[in-house]
Design a protein around this ligand. Structure first.
Ligand code: TXA
Ligand code: MG
Length: 326
């Protein structure tokens, strides 16, 4: 429960240049005043994030888009109408007042209107834009509960607003709308098909050659749990688990649907939801739980290679850090 007093106090901290971790529908963000360079520096320090990796500015509603972006194309208004508040981040040409500390020196800015009552209340009370990356150490799994933030960043955050478990569970979909193209930079909480239904056109799934955009989420080793993790097809999963267990490893096997797929007691079997939205909701908290449960190897059954699973598969692939088997 977050009281109005807590929202007031959090907005005061933001005005004073401090950081506030807050819930969104996707994951928890580590927020700072987007117009205060010193406050932004605190965010980078707390995360251990390189200064040239840009932050998303969170705004209360679409009317603030023009304050931070410029030359806003019609498609941006269409997407804002359809998906804001919600898990969609739009990359636009940056407006004059956007600080280099936010964009990492790039000419573009990421904007999002989050869909969570605590985030909305905080944005309204604060009045300005809140720059916020996910509230985890750089390269680690995003937090989906306040306790995750406490565990990982506790002492480095001015205040943590506890809004319970995040509904979506993985990060927003990021689309770039600069230079007349609609390009998917990161699959996430909004399905590609939903965006295409609104725009009545296909969107590009990879960035066009020659338009380098820095997205740390695009580094192979991003979103990684601490325990080694491998992805396997249903066919190779059980054999791999059996082999590792025979070597004396303490293995957890995350299977889609039924837990006893491999029909043996050699590993710990963790059933995962067979539907992409539900899988996404529990993925990061499951990885954190297994990380602290003392397993020395995680094996995951790869979800189907279909568009609804795109975001989940993207995060799993990164978490596997190259041990990819799908
Ligand atoms: O769901 C989310 O998007 C969460 C919540 C807190 O809103 N935020 C989040 O922020 O995931 P972060 O910083 O962990 O990931 C944002 C991604 C980064 O990979 C960053 O590089 C990219 O967005 N990004 C931000 N501004 C950009 C820009 N101008 N051009 C290209 N990529 C950008
Ligand atoms: Mg992040």
């Amino acid at each position: 429960m977050v009281t109005l007093d807590a929202i007031h106090a959090a907005a005061e901290l933001l005005r004073a240049g401090d950081t506030v971790a807050f819930p969104t529908e996707t994951v928890y963000g580590l927020g700072a005043d987007a117009a205060n360079p010193l406050a932004l520096r605190r965010v980078f320090e707390a995360k251990g994030r390189p200064a040239d990796h840009p932050l998303i500015i969170h705004i209360a509603d679409a009317s603030q888009m023009a304050e931070w972006g410029r030359d806003i194309p019609e498609v941006a208004w269409q997407l804002a109408d359809a998906f804001w508040p919600g898990p969609l981040t739009m990359i636009l040409q940056r407006g004059k007042r956007v600080l280099n500390e936010v964009t990492g020196g790039q000419e573009t800015v990421g904007l999002r209107v989050p869909d969570h009552p605590v985030a909305t209340a905080l944005l309204r009370e604060f009045g300005g834009g809140i720059a916020a990356p996910s509230a985890n150490r750089f390269g680690r799994v995003s937090p989906t509960r306040a306790q995750h933030v406490r565990d990982e960043l506790g002492a480095h955050v001015g205040m943590i607003l506890d809004g319970g478990a995040c509904r979506v569970g993985l990060e927003s979909t990021i689309v770039s709308l600069v230079k007349g193209n609609v390009v998917l930079l990161r699959p996430g909480g909004i399905q590609v098909a939903a965006i295409e239904d609104v725009l009545l056109q296909s969107i590009m799934l990879t960035q066009p050659v020659g338009q380098a955009v820095r997205v740390p989420g695009a580094l192979a080793a991003h979103y990684a749990p601490a325990t080694p993790l491998e992805l396997h097809s249903a066919e190779t999963l059980c054999m791999r688990g059996f082999r590792l267990a025979a070597e004396g490893r303490n293995v957890a096997v995350l299977v889609l649907g039924e837990a006893d797929k491999c029909g043996s007691g050699y590993c710990a079997y963790v059933p995962m939801p067979g539907q992409p939205d539900e899988y996404a909701r529990v993925l990061y908290s499951t990885l954190r739980r297994l990380d602290s449960a003392g397993f020395d190897h995680l094996l995951l059954e790869a979800p189907p290679d279909t568009m609804p699973w795109l975001a989940v598969r993207d995060r799993l692939r990164r978490a596997a850090q190259g041990a990819l088997q799908i």
